[in-house]
Design a protein around this ligand. Structure first.
Ligand code: CAA
Ligand code: NAD
Length: 284
């Protein structure tokens, strides 16, 4: 099945990046947000990222205008009706995602339409079950920043059809030019199962006073060659998102290393969400 019309639900950090990737691949892309203000903010993020790409000579000014021209920002889920593919990238909250899959499953008009989630940790099979089109539902997990990171995890659930998986393999590889790996439908998939306990351990280390945030990060950048340290990376991902992922992974495996430390809870309660709120382990 050819995918020409894409929908993205949620235009936050990931949704705006996925929108950019889709529109830069030449696809007609609709982004649905909760409020006009959030839709404007999503548009601002996509525009800023494209302007940065233009200023670095990666795209021309004409590419920038054409790319933006392929994107519609709206608050109306009904605008997804004619989409071939929808990528849900709303906040990491199971209730929110279940409600969206229930609604969007009945809004999509094409029998062949594929409904995917960019969730980091919520069971894909549950999203499929409420959608009324479980064979056409799977996880398609992009990495942050989506325009830069090459990896996409593909997660078929117990009910995903082989045709849906094959379509997404070819879409991610041939249309988007990214590199997929396949993972089973277990909270955290491959990368977050390794990454999240590491990030939570760094937060515990900072909480216990082992070292300053800057020195923990310098340790991993200079000692292990990571592009950024764990606390800066936590700020980039969003502390609310890391906390939600840790909770889902802990619920699934009861592994204490996945359980969010108290400092992370308190920072989220305080609205210190990292780079997106202007303050986390560092000020931005
Ligand atoms: N959007 C678009 N492009 C961006 C960008 C963004 N938000 N941030 C950086 N870039 C681009 C820059 O334009 C630049 O492109 P060119 O080199 O082609 O000009 C390139 O990325 C490098 O950027 P910078 O020079 O500004 O900065 P850097 O070299 O320090 O790289 C980084 C920034 C790419 C974020 C790098 O630090 C990095 O790879 N960090 C680790 C990111 C990571 O681990 N991501 C995974 C998070 S986990 C996840 O996503 C899963 C989950 O479920 C939580
Ligand atoms: P974010 O907080 O930056 O953005 C979430 C957006 O979803 C917000 O703009 C919010 O207004 C919108 N939203 C919430 N409810 C909605 C609804 N009912 N309809 C439409 N929009 C709605 O979060 P994010 O970092 O972009 O994460 C989005 C998803 O991507 C999550 O499932 C997260 O686990 C996953 N993810 C995040 C990262 C990361 O590094 N942040 C990486 C990979 C995957």
């Amino acid at each position: 099945m050819s995918i020409e019309k894409v929908g993205v639900i949620g235009g936050g950090l990931m949704g705006s990046g996925i929108t950019e990737v889709s529109a830069r691949a030449g696809l007609d892309t609709v982004v649905v947000e909760v409020t006009e203000e959030a839709a404007k903010a999503a548009e601002g993020r996509v525009r800023a990222s494209l302007e940065r790409a233009a200023s670095r000579g990666k795209i021309t000014e004409a590419d920038l205008d054409e790319t933006l021209g392929r994107i519609e920002f709206t608050t109306d889920l009904a605008a997804l009706a004619d989409r071939d593919l929808v990528v849900e990238a709303a906040s990491e909250n199971e209730d929110v995602k279940l409600e969206l899959f229930k609604k969007v499953g009945s809004i999509l008009t094409k029998d062949t339409a594929i409904l995917t989630s960019n969730t980091s940790s919520i069971p894909i099979v549950k999203l499929g079950a409420v959608s009324g089109r479980a064979t056409n539902v799977m996880g398609v997990h992009f990495f942050n920043p989506a325009p830069v990171m090459q990896l996409v995890e593909l997660i078929p659930s117990l009910t995903t059809s082989p045709e849906t998986m094959a379509s997404m393999q070819s879409f991610v590889t041939d249309t988007l030019g990214k590199q997929p790996i396949e993972a089973t439908d277990r909270a955290g998939f491959v990368v977050n199962s390794l990454l999240v306990p590491y990030l939570l351990s760094a937060i515990r280390m900072y909480e216990a006073g082992y070292a300053s945030a800057a020195d923990i990060d310098r340790g991993m950048v200079l000692g292990c060659g990571h592009p950024m340290g764990p606390l800066a990376l936590s700020d980039l991902i969003g502390l609310d998102t890391i906390r939600a992922i840790g909770i889902s992974m802990y619920e699934e495996f009861k592994e204490p290393l996945y359980s969010p430390p108290p400092l992370l809870d308190r920072m989220v309660d305080a609205g210190l969400l990292g780079k997106k709120s202007g303050h986390g382990f560092y000020a931005y």
